[in-house]
Write a protein that binds this ligand. Sequence first.
Ligand SMILES: [Zn+2]
Length: 181
Amino acid sequence: MKHQLYETQILLETKLTPAQNRELHLHLRTCSQCRRLAQAQREITHLFETTPAPYPQPGFTTRWKKRLIRAEHGRRNLITWTTLSVLTLAFLFTLVGLSLQVTSSSEYFPQFLTFLISQATRWVNFIASLQNIFSPLLRVGIKLIPQSWIIAFVVSLSGITFAWVITLSKNTIFFNKEVTG
Ligand SMILES: [Zn+2]
């Protein structure tokens, strides 16, 4: 039996000479195995030819880009507002701590002033480092990062800020004791 030769001819759809073609058709008449193979091959070819290639609807790219821009805008707004609110909260915390300090240590004004300046410097450093984190993030492509990651990042950042504020207030109390005590 020359099954293998015919199978190769069927599967690879090799160009056949008229003689080879005749031979193959004669074989297909007698051999059900090769006939099934040829039938399957024809069906697959037909399937590939008739199935339309998945192509996006007209205007899809434009719509997609618009959506992307909107999403990016939303994310930037979210980050900006979260950062602003976290900073405002932390600032209020510091302000409350400082005002408590003013009432308790008004007679030690020079020390208080030094303390205020050092706190301000710490804040400036903190905000600068925040900018260092955010601006590359925004530039490199916020769209590549899933929204859940951004939310997780912002939440953990808030946590860090909160912990930092607590440490700060503890330091303030300690400083108070040092100054007054
Ligand atoms: Zn055969």
